[in-house]
Ligand binder design. Structure first.
Ligand SMILES: NC(=O)C1=CN([C@@H]2O[C@H](COP(=O)(O)OP(=O)(O)OC[C@H]3O[C@@H](n4cnc5c(N)ncnc54)[C@H](O)[C@@H]3O)[C@@H](O)[C@H]2O)C=CC1
Ligand SMILES: O=C(O)CCC(=O)C(=O)O
Length: 323
């Protein structure tokens, strides 16, 4: 009997392949090579992606056998869930597999920006021992503003509270006493922007969140404020951010994600007060093993027609956009 074809379009942990078992035929394609992807998906019963591959309507239409798209990670802005649902294709992500890694990365970038770690290290490797130039700021006693108090936002709050930061947050969808229990003050976005010494966004990329932090928002921030984005490019408008950084309207930024990835030619890459990483929030062995295993288990269940715990086809209150 012919086994169902599982097409892996982004680099996944070997654990994913193990968890898929022997009853499937595994094929690989570079999901960023559009032509190759559209050709390979034609025979696929399942498609496995991370954030590098766009599983949009064109891909779904090119895949007549497709039953399931597995997203090894959280964000679904690269998967057209509505088109998949219309085509009867189940979509499943791994909503908790990489959240600790993403939160730890956020804390790392916050500290790196506050203490100029990459800039000072780079200068030293170039032979320059410049201690005063890289004087930083302490986090203790400072206000951390978290925009989007979901799974990752809460983990960041817990960790940065241990550094002595006062945490305030904006999230109109948070209900209940969770924030109070954690000692987090919920507030409006404008108040957060005017009070925060560090602002970090932990939102999905949706029509509502694209450009949420734009020129107006940045104008409200303290000139000493730092902005951190380990969520999705475009939630902090990059052109407005570059302008604010150049003008000295804010002190610095740390970015793991970009409007276009890779962000070739972005002015942000040329600014000294910007710390950057190439979308590494989920790139730990632990997160990838969990995401790979969980997504493979979901795909294996879907191919058997069994219920899948992390299916996301149900309407969401903030459906992610393909914009
Ligand atoms: N850099 C990386 O490698 C990673 C990035 N991510 C990104 O982080 C995002 C957040 O992840 P989680 O915390 O797990 O998601 P989550 O769904 O647990 O939390 C998102 C929070 O944003 C809030 N929210 C939605 N729209 C909002 C708005 N307009 N204003 C304010 N708050 C709003 C929701 O109420 C929710 O509490 C993901 O969607 C993904 O894009 C996730 C993992 C790794
Ligand atoms: O490792 C990846 O594919 C990106 C992780 C991510 O951004 C997510 O899970 O939303």
């Amino acid at each position: 009997m012919k086994h169902p074809v599982v097409l892996i379009a982004d680099p996944l942990s070997p654990a994913a392949v193990d968890a898929l078992g022997e009853d499937v035929e595994i094929r690989h394609v570079d999901g960023t090579d559009r032509t190759a992807l559209l050709a390979a998906v034609r025979d696929a019963d399942a498609l496995l992606v991370r954030s590098g591959t766009r599983a949009d309507a064109e891909v779904i239409d090119a895949a007549p056998r497709l039953k399931v798209i597995g997203r090894a990670g959280v964000g679904l802005d690269n998967v057209d869930v509505a088109a998949a649902t219309r085509a009867g294709v189940l979509v499943a992500n791994t909503p908790t597999a990489n959240i600790v890694s993403a939160a730890e990365m956020t804390c790392a970038l916050l500290l790196a920006a506050a203490r100029n770690v990459p800039q000072a290290g780079h200068a030293l490797k170039q032979g320059s021992w410049e201690r005063s130039r890289f004087t930083g700021v302490e986090l203790a006693g400072k206000v951390l503003g978290i925009v989007g108090l979901g799974r990752i936002g809460v983990l960041v709050a817990e960790r940065m509270t241990a550094f002595g930061m006062k945490v305030i947050a904006y999230d109109p969808y948070v209900v209940g006493d969770r924030a109070t229990e954690l000692g987090i003050e919920m507030t409006g976005l404008d108040d957060l922007l005017t009070r925060a010494d560090f602002v970090t966004v932990h939102l999905p990329r949706t029509p509502e969140t694209i450009g949420l932090i734009g020129a107006d928002a940045l104008r409200k921030a303290k000139p000493t404020a730092y902005f951190v984005n380990v969520a999705r490019g475009g939630i902090i408008d990059e052109a407005a951010l570059a302008d604010a950084l150049r003008a000295g309207d804010i002190a610095g930024a740390a970015l793991d994600v970009f409007e276009t990835e890779p962000p070739s030619g972005s002015p942000l890459l040329t600014l000294d007060n910007v710390v950057v990483t190439p979308h590494l929030g989920a790139s730990t062995y632990e997160a990838q093993e969990k995401a790979g295993t969980q997504v493979a288990e979901s795909v294996a269940l879907a191919l058997k027609g069994a219920p899948v715990p992390n299916a996301v086809n149900a309407p969401s209150p903030y459906a992610e956009s393909m914009a």
